[in-house]
Design a protein around this ligand. Sequence first.
Ligand code: ZN
Length: 188
Amino acid sequence: MVIPAKIAKEWLILGNDDYIHAKSNHKGDISIEKRLHTHKHGQNPYAVIICCSDSRVIPENIFMAGIGDLFVIRLAGNVIDDFGIGSIEYAVSHLNTKLVVVLGHTMCGAVKSAIDDHHESFISSIIKEIQFAIGDEKDPTACSKLNVINTKKKILKSKLIKQELQNGLKIETALYHTHSGHVEFLKK
Ligand SMILES: [Zn+2]
């Protein structure tokens, strides 16, 4: 089943509206039936979510999703590497997913470290990537937005993904507000 990007985005927005006032993920289907159905028939995720490893940013809860709904790629600072891009390629070419969302968030530790120029060891590779994205910007929220735009640009380096844009694929950028729980879809 192919779920068009427009419908997938509506489901994400509706799920997020529900999440903002929820106490548990009552809408995401994690039943035995769903588990067995996806086990037998495979997965058909309606969206790919690229987000930060931050424990406050939980895509399946933020969008009230369950088993088989979201194809998630998580690295600190929602950066993307070749493995991540390959994962997106797999979802859009083999699982027919038509919506990719690069989801940044407010109060991101990786973004803050990039602004403060504080890093060491392997963390440096993440921070340098974010510093490239934010340039001279110092406002953390503005930096988080610039960072998701950079990740989207990197994803578009994939010829396979670019090709899928002709087949209804949409790539959106968004920002998760850690205080309100709201996901703000961005224009770029
Ligand atoms: Zn973060």
